[in-house]
Design a protein around this ligand. Structure first.
Ligand code: PEP
Length: 253
């Protein structure tokens, strides 16, 4: 049985005080309410809050994620944050390859592959984001494009390592737009990606890899999306900033 995820990506939102309240509310709700025991709730918070918020976790159903990392362990890289630093701050997951980082910070598949290696080397879990633009979908090249992102950033891993990666399929046209991929569109891509993983690693390995959907997930659409056979939960941006709504997403399995 694959682990299911409700993973939040706060992006560059929330002051320290606001974030503390939100983080505590979610951890308390997830602890006290009925959430499927196979669901992991992950909150991707701004880097300066990681160490402090990780100490607020009061249930093993909740983990904290960083939204980025630098692939080198230490050194003269002013302003960057390494994976050993994240680990020492209590971080278990690292979101990488988000389309915003690919677009605004020119992150390439190769650079993201280096981050994957750095995260796995420290025993943390990468949440590897991929997804096509609307133009690519309209051109009909979306399947090949997203498969290529997996090939370029993950296929250097051996079978043992690749099973430690969580994949988040996030069509760029659905991120922060209020437009959600239909459950059929999302399931179709997730199946294509799982088949792609199976073609390289075999079906058993592919069946062990959690693939999340991201793009305007809300409590209202989560149950239908998460009921699809190849969708193992969501990476949630906007709706993760509301404790009640995000907890309800976590209860949608
Ligand atoms: C995201 O940023 O990963 C995301 C999916 O955002 P939203 O849920 O707001 O579309």
């Amino acid at each position: 049985m694959r682990t299911k995820y409700a993973a939040g990506n706060w992006k560059m939102n929330m002051t320290f005080e606001e974030g503390q309240i939100l983080f505590s509310e979610v951890t308390n709700m997830v602890k006290d309410e009925v959430v499927n025991p196979n669901v992991k709730v992950v909150m991707g918070v701004p880097a300066p809050y990681l160490s402090s918020f990780s100490k607020l976790i009061n249930t093993d159903k909740v983990s904290i994620a960083a939204q980025n990392c630098y692939p080198k362990a230490s050194g003269a890289y002013t302003g960057e944050v390494s994976v050993p630093m994240l680990k020492s701050a209590g971080v278990e997951y690292v979101i990488i390859g988000h389309s915003e980082r690919r677009e605004y910070f020119n992150e390439t598949d190769q650079f993201i592959a280096e981050k994957v290696d750095a995260i796995l080397a420290e025993g943390l879990t990468p949440i590897f984001c991929c997804g096509e633009t609307l133009g690519q979908r309209e051109e009909g090249i979306h399947f090949d494009f997203v498969k290529g992102q997996l090939t370029n950033s993950l296929f250097h891993l051996d079978a043992d390592a690749v099973q430690k990666v969580v994949i988040a399929y996030e069509p760029i046209w659905a991120i922060g737009t209020g437009v959600t991929a239909s459950s059929e569109q999302a399931q179709e891509m997730h199946k294509v990606l799982r088949d792609h993983l199976a073609s390289k690693y075999g079906q058993e390995v592919a069946d062990n890899i959690s693939i999340l959907y991201g793009g305007s997930v809300k409590a209202g659409n989560a149950p239908e999306l998460f009921s699809q056979p190849d969708i193992d939960g969501g990476l949630v941006g906007g709706a993760s900033l509301d404790s009640r709504g995000f907890t309800d997403i976590a209860k949608s399995f």
